[in-house]
Design a protein around this ligand. Structure first.
Ligand code: ADP
Length: 400
């Protein structure tokens, strides 16, 4: 069985074709600048050269068509016909409270996704466009939605509610939803595998540290709390997002800077985080370089990032009544040796720490804690596409 995994952004479309017999990736690629000038498809077939196709890609439908053409092309394709694609799995950002797991896409599900647009105006519309494009091009092929929010639906009410009038939750669905759920789920399951233990007996803190960053407390395999909230703005300091701030800062800055609601939203989502503090970049590599060259604000941004992670780890250890493992994943978590070290320096009170030799690793699953540590520390590369492909296969086999 071959599953096409699709992740649509507003102007981009990432894909992977996965052979579910052995979970190997047959091809992957990226369509960029959809609807803009200079749109481009980069297609990487396994074991063959990368292909770059420049074309006028004015919408997601054309993008999907080009992806299918690339996958079935005589030279750089990996399948002989579209009929070999048994199912499509879509990453969907916001499933609201309706979806606690992945689902087969039906017209009722599409309606529910549309109802969530208000809560994820940037993310859900392209996800819906991607599903519609596949329905048009591959009619009859089952499609599955895998939600970023689903894994966090096990949070108890005291963790997911905000202390504002209860009617805001009842009337508008204002609550903590959490994001990156597919990643937190994957790395927590891999941690149990690596520890040779059952997930149901472990307390794990998963740190997804990328441009967007979030932490989850996973107790006995279930998420009991996570740092992102009603939107992906809350929690950790991020590339361009502020993370948690005193909400009173919002009206204050609006008055001082004469901003409207959209402008302050942009200020907190696009101009803040390590970019706003350092004034250098939102990319951690640039900030680490600048800090190494003596830029004090770049160093401060890194310290603030690490400090916030450390505080969340402490609060989640408290929330779970202990912790067995702490996991680093995503771009920064998988690759930044110095950031892991900076955060890990604060773990001594938990009876653990990072071994500098074991920590000298990038993009590979490995335990990095000091010998004899009470709490194990891991680096685990995330693989959201594999989770989407697995869920898609599972749901489609239940159909048969
Ligand atoms: P997202 O999916 O949220 O865009 P990623 O998980 O791809 O983010 O992570 C991107 C971040 O990871 C970037 O800020 C980048 O600087 C950081 N990163 C990637 N490789 C390294 C590295 N070797 N050292 C430090 N940071 C890195």
């Amino acid at each position: 069985m071959k599953v096409l995994v699709v992740n649509c952004g507003s102007s981009s479309l990432k894909y992977q074709l996965v052979n579910m017999n052995d979970e190997s990736v047959l091809a992957k690629g990226l369509v960029e600048r959809i609807g803009l000038e200079g749109s481009i498809l980069t297609h990487q077939p396994e074991g063959k050269d990368k292909v770059v196709i420049n074309a006028d890609i004015s919408n997601h439908s054309i993008g999907i068509k080009l992806v299918i053409d690339a996958l079935t092309d005589a030279k750089h394709g990996v399948i002989s016909s579209m009929k070999e694609i048994s199912a499509v799995g879509h990453r969907v950002v916001h499933g609201g409270e309706k979806f606690a797991g992945s689902v087969l896409i039906t017209s009722a599900v599409m309606k529910a996704l549309e109802d969530c647009i208000e809560m994820a105006p940037l993310h859900n519309p392209p996800n819906i466009m991607g599903i519609n494009a596949c329905t048009e091009i591959m009619p009859g092929v089952p499609q599955v939605g895998v939600f970023d929010t689903a894994f966090h639906q096990t949070m108890p009410k005291e963790a997911f509610l905000y202390a504002i009038p209860y009617e805001a939750y009842e009337k508008y669905g204002v609550r903590r939803y959490g994001f990156h759920g597919t990643s937190h789920k994957y790395v927590s399951e891999r941690t149990a595998e690596l520890m040779g233990k059952d997930l149901s007996e472990l307390k794990i803190i998963t740190c997804h540290l990328g441009n967007g960053a979030s932490i989850a407390a996973v107790k006995n395999g279930k998420c009991i709390d996570t740092s992102m909230g009603f939107t992906p703005l809350e929690g950790l300091v991020m590339g361009t997002r502020s993370g948690g701030i005193d909400p009173a800062i919002v009206p204050y800055i609006m008055k001082k800077e004469n901003m409207n609601a959209d402008q302050v939203d942009n200020y907190l989502n696009k101009k803040s985080g390590v970019l706003g503090v350092s004034g250098v970049s939102s990319d951690f590599r640039d900030i680490e370089d600048a800090a190494d060259k003596g830029n004090e604000r770049a160093a401060l941004a890194l310290d603030m990032f690490a400090y916030r992670v450390l505080k969340f780890v402490g609060s989640y250890a408290a929330a779970m009544g202990g912790v067995d493992a702490i996991v680093f994943t995503a771009g920064l978590g998988e690759n930044s040796i110095s950031m892991r070290e900076k955060i890990g320096n604060g773990f001594a009170y938990l009876g653990t720490g990072i071994d500098p030799v074991k920590n000298n690793v990038r993009g590979k699953a490995q335990e990095i804690s000091v010998d004899g540590a009470k709490v194990k520390i891991f680096v685990i590369p995330t693989n959201e596409e594999l989770v989407i492909a697995r869920d898609t296969k599972k749901i489609c086999s239940e159909l048969a």
